[in-house]
Design a binder for this molecule. Structure first.
Ligand code: ZN
Ligand code: ZN
Length: 758
């Protein structure tokens, strides 16, 4: 038993009040181990005069609480409201105990670790106490690039296997010095039981890969390069970043050229909150996320005008991805005692070549990054599992996950359905993450990447192996995408377990249901780029009726012919020509329209139409992503994309900009109403949905009519921003109408929205 936690004698045990007492059993699920959970529970019990016990049961902490009703309730509320700093409670269940034993005190029960049922903690950003120590010249960890404590530091990324202790992490190569060992063993210190504990006398070291400089010299050299406009690669927690001065147009342009990445936004790391507020609008809720212990990249609205941030960081984008330093070495890039003046904003983009996974060791960095950068600041603490930065957006004041990785993975989702069994789901082809299911808990992996690149395929296999070991699972079945040519399907088959193939859009809806712990049948609106349909065509804008058992395809957007395979995903003008031809049904009219819209040459259009007619390299598609790309091209916003989603996000930005401009013009409620009325006339009236005759689909969204309207309006000289807005709104209206119709036909009232388009 821990000295600090102790047993608690309480006055309530004398029999007088016993008759009025209750006993409850409480189970707390989540990150409840290695974060001081039991001592905290014990302190809450002491404060409320509760008797009972607390013990680790592997996947959960079990608590017995005996006392007066109001005290027990207050105690349970305390656990939920005031958990230890780094705990993450996923679920708190309580139930009365009918014939309880009589407790005389509150005990912490030491229990054996249960095999295979442990929650692995995500990596935790440096805490304020460690930060203060790191910048305190009197502290023995002054400027130590690896400072950490029980509350912060690497976790998942350094873990070999469980249980989580130093011997099974990358830290096993670094014996603790006597001072660190003292802290590690003393429950009164901040580093009691902190597995990665180290200091300037022991532990890992930073150095420049391929050069002499180590420690202080390496950091100073790196800072000098950044300050003079150079590019550096820096090894952090879950991999390498490429970094340069985000206030220097020249430096950012050089990085773009070297990385061959003309327009895709770069993430920015700001030295502190003040620096963030100089370039972006930040709400209170957003500030909480930015400064929290997970430190994701947050997409924030740029402030207008000259803010110091280069335009080429996120060209043409009203938002920019910003994060605060989370690894000690990142803080040292901004602040060090070498007198070099550093910018307050740095580009911090994943250290990889396009398509490949983030580099995690010197070998990979030398091979992929050395020609991109001027020096490589590395260190000798091995990264076991890659973890890219997580990316989050906000929607209506609530955080909204775009990429769930470092700081969150592999925190599981739990569903109420009491499933038993173990399963691996191999994930999709682009932006792959996989997931391991153990009974009713689902552990999504860190972000893996695009599996078109064989290096990413290798990373997927390796990471599946690591997480299998960590979670000690032996899957009974592996789930993969229905697409026969996906590399994730190949990887799944190689694992050697029985395979279940799952339709892409159904999987999207299932993931949405699991994330929201939904057990009911739903109307699933799954809108994304590309998924292999059960009929062999490309699906993408689908309405399904789905539950855990299966799905039926209720409807989709209007099918069109997608010509040219992969290239049509990058060149939206090809889709545009296809859509126009489908509407016109006539080559001459199509050529005339294409010419007026400036989409391509007559020759190119003719080739496309011929291929579509003769079904050469052409497939029937209901891809919503491609529809957005095509509309973006028709409206003259983006003819093609240099990165995934460029054309469709540009369409969204145009719509947002037009809406904002409109809102500015609304001066009083009366005018407001007038504008809304006139808007309605300008936007294609939702034509509702039409009946489908083919397959099981009940109806087709009239997206063809929307496109026809947009073409006419664009040729009549209408503002593209207004039409972009009109397109979003008309499509949303059609989806609403379709959901209404689906409800009428099925009686289902719950809708699940999922897929990349949403
Ligand atoms: Zn700390
Ligand atoms: Zn030490």
């Amino acid at each position: 038993m821990h000295a600090a936690a102790g047993s608690v004698e309480t006055a309530a045990g004398n029999g007088e009040t016993y008759g009025a007492e209750i006993t409850k059993m409480i189970r707390v699920y989540g990150i409840v181990q290695g974060v001081g959970f039991r001592p905290t529970v014990s302190r809450h019990a002491m404060a409320r005069g509760i008797r009972g016990s607390v013990s680790n049961k592997g996947p959960y902490v079990e608590i017995f609480a005996q006392g007066k009703q109001q005290d027990v309730d207050a105690f349970i509320a305390d656990i939920g409201n005031k958990p230890p700093k780094r705990a993450a409670i996923l679920k708190l269940l309580e139930e009365p105990v009918e014939e309880p034993e009589k407790f005389t005190q509150f005990d912490i029960i030491e229990s054996e670790k249960t095999k295979g049922e442990i929650f692995v903690s995500p990596d935790i950003a440096i805490c304020d106490e460690c930060k203060a120590e790191m910048f305190d010249p009197e502290n023995r960890r002054y400027l130590h690039p690896f400072i950490n404590c029980t509350c912060c530091g690497p976790r998942l990324t350094i873990l070999d296997s469980l249980p989580y202790d130093r011997e099974r992490t990358s830290m096993k190569e670094f014996p603790m010095c006597p001072s660190c060992a003292d802290e590690y063993h003393n429950p009164d210190t901040r580093r009691y039981d902190a597995q990665p504990v180290c200091c300037n006398d022991c532990g890992p070291e930073v150095y420049l890969a391929g050069r002499e400089e180590r420690g202080r010299e390496a950091i100073t050299y790196t800072r000098k390069i950044i300050a003079s406009g150079g590019i550096v690669a820096i090894k952090g927690i879950g991999g390498f970043h490429l970094c340069c001065d985000a206030t220097s147009e020249e430096a950012v342009q050089r990085l773009r050229q070297r990385k061959r990445r003309p327009g895709k936004p770069f993430a920015v790391m700001a030295q502190d909150m003040e620096a963030v507020k100089k370039i972006c609008k930040v709400s209170e809720e957003q500030e909480k996320i930015l400064t929290g212990h997970q430190k994701p990249i947050l997409l924030l609205d740029k402030l207008p005008g000259e803010t110091g941030l280069c335009e080429s960081i996120a060209p043409g984008n009203p938002k920019v991805g910003v994060m605060l330093p989370y690894a000690p070495v990142q803080l040292l890039l901004f602040h060090y005692d070498d007198g070099i003046r550093m910018p307050g904003l740095l580009v911090m983009t994943s250290g990889n070549t396009s398509g490949a996974p983030i580099c995690r060791d010197d070998e990979e960095a030398a091979e992929e990054l050395s020609y991109l950068c001027d020096c490589i600041l590395s260190h000798n603490r091995k990264i076991r599992i890659r973890a890219d930065d997580s990316v989050m957006d906000f929607y209506k004041g609530e955080p909204y996950m775009i990429r769930r990785s470092r700081g969150y993975a592999p925190l599981p989702f739990m569903v109420s359905t009491p499933w038993k069994g173990q399963v691996i789901a191999a994930g999709g082809e682009l932006k792959n993450t996989f997931c391991i299911g153990v009974d009713n808990r689902f552990y999504p992996s860190p972000y893996v990447g695009d599996l078109e690149d064989l290096r990413t395929v290798k990373a997927l296999k390796e990471t599946i192996g690591r997480l299998e070991t960590l979670l000690e699972v032996q899957p009974e079945v592996v789930v993969c995408d229905l697409h026969p040519k996906y590399n994730s399907t190949v990887v799944a088959e190689e694992l050697g377990y029985p395979i279940v193939k799952m339709q892409h859009h159904y999987a999207h809806i299932l993931s949405c249901m699991a994330e929201n712990d939904c057990e009911e049948k739903v109307i699933g609106v799954s809108f994304d780029g590309t998924g292999y349909g059960t009929d062999g065509t490309i699906w993408g804008g689908e309405l399904l009726v789905a539950d855990w058992q299966g799905f039926t395809r209720l409807g989709s957007i209007e099918p069109f012919v997608q010509v040219g395979g992969d290239i049509s995903a990058k060149e939206g003008w090809r889709i545009a020509v296809s859509l126009i031809w489908q509407n016109m049904g006539n080559l001459e009219k199509t050529l005339d329209t294409v010419r007026k819209l400036g989409l391509c040459t007559d020759q190119e259009a003719k080739v496309l139409v011929t291929m579509a007619q003769r079904k050469i390299n052409a497939v029937t598609s209901t891809s919503a992503g491609r529809l957005f790309d095509g509309v973006s091209a028709i409206l003259g916003i983006r003819r093609a994309s240099t990165f995934e989603g460029e054309a469709s996000t540009a369409l969204e930005f145009a719509a947002e900009a037009w809406r904002k401009q409109r809102e500015m013009q609304k001066k009083n409620p009366e005018e407001n109403l007038k504008i809304r009325m006139s808007e309605k006339e300008d936007i294609p009236e939702s034509t509702g949905i039409s009946e489908a005759s083919e397959d099981e689909r009940k109806f087709i969204l009239n997206t063809g009519e929307i496109v026809a309207y947009l073409v006419r309006a664009r040729l009549a000289g209408e503002d593209p921003g207004k039409l972009a807005y009109g397109f979003h709104r008309a499509l949303a209206d059609e989806i609403l109408a379709a959901c209404g119709e689906a409800e009428r036909q099925t009686g289902i009232r719950k809708v699940a929205l999922s897929g990349g388009v949403f």
